[in-house]
Design a protein around this ligand. Structure first.
Ligand SMILES: Cc1cc2nc3c(=O)[nH]c(=O)nc-3n(C[C@H](O)[C@H](O)[C@H](O)COP(=O)(O)OP(=O)(O)OC[C@H]3O[C@@H](n4cnc5c(N)ncnc54)[C@H](O)[C@@H]3O)c2cc1C
Length: 113
């Protein structure tokens, strides 16, 4: 009984109605916006940094990118999936914060190099 619409997107919404890009107008009691957000890693790619299998910026376990003088943290940086062990992209503020600390520790540790 679920009406799935593909190849169309929302162009506008008002009380009880959703206007789609294919011109149809759908009645709605409740509208839930659940759009995905992806970090833009094109600047890193254009700078020649390695992009991981997940599409995020490849980093080692100290958040260093393929250029050892550049660190990447947060949403744009690739993570290790806790279940599969494979590369993944996850957008969570807690991880971004921990990445920042890990990168700072690494920079401080290597400050005398
Ligand atoms: C609607 C929403 C709800 C969320 N809710 C939660 C939640 O409940 N819990 C949770 O853990 N996480 C949540 N998140 C995810 C969380 O916000 C992110 O994981 C976190 O902010 C990532 O931190 P970041 O430093 O990687 O990126 P950001 O916080 O996005 O910071 C990146 C910064 O870089 C700036 N920037 C981009 N391009 C350039 C450029 N070319 N030059 C200079 N500056 C640039 C941007 O303006 C921005 O200030 C939510 C995200 C969204 C969008």
């Amino acid at each position: 009984g679920v009406d799935v619409r593909v190849d169309t997107s929302v162009r506008g919404a008002s009380a009880g109605r959703v206007l789609l890009s294919d011109g149809t107008d759908v009645a709605a009691d409740l509208i839930i916006e659940a759009t995905g957000v992806l970090p833009d890693t094109s600047l890193a790619a254009a700078a020649g940094l390695r992009i991981g299998e997940s599409g995020a910026i490849w980093v080692d376990d100290t958040q260093r990118t393929s250029d050892p003088l550049i660190y990447a943290v947060g949403d744009g940086a690739e993570k290790v999936d806790a279940i599969s062990g494979g590369p993944t992209r996850i957008a969570m503020a807690g991880l971004a914060n921990r990445h920042g600390r890990a990168a700072a520790d690494s920079i401080a540790d290597s400050a005398g190099d």
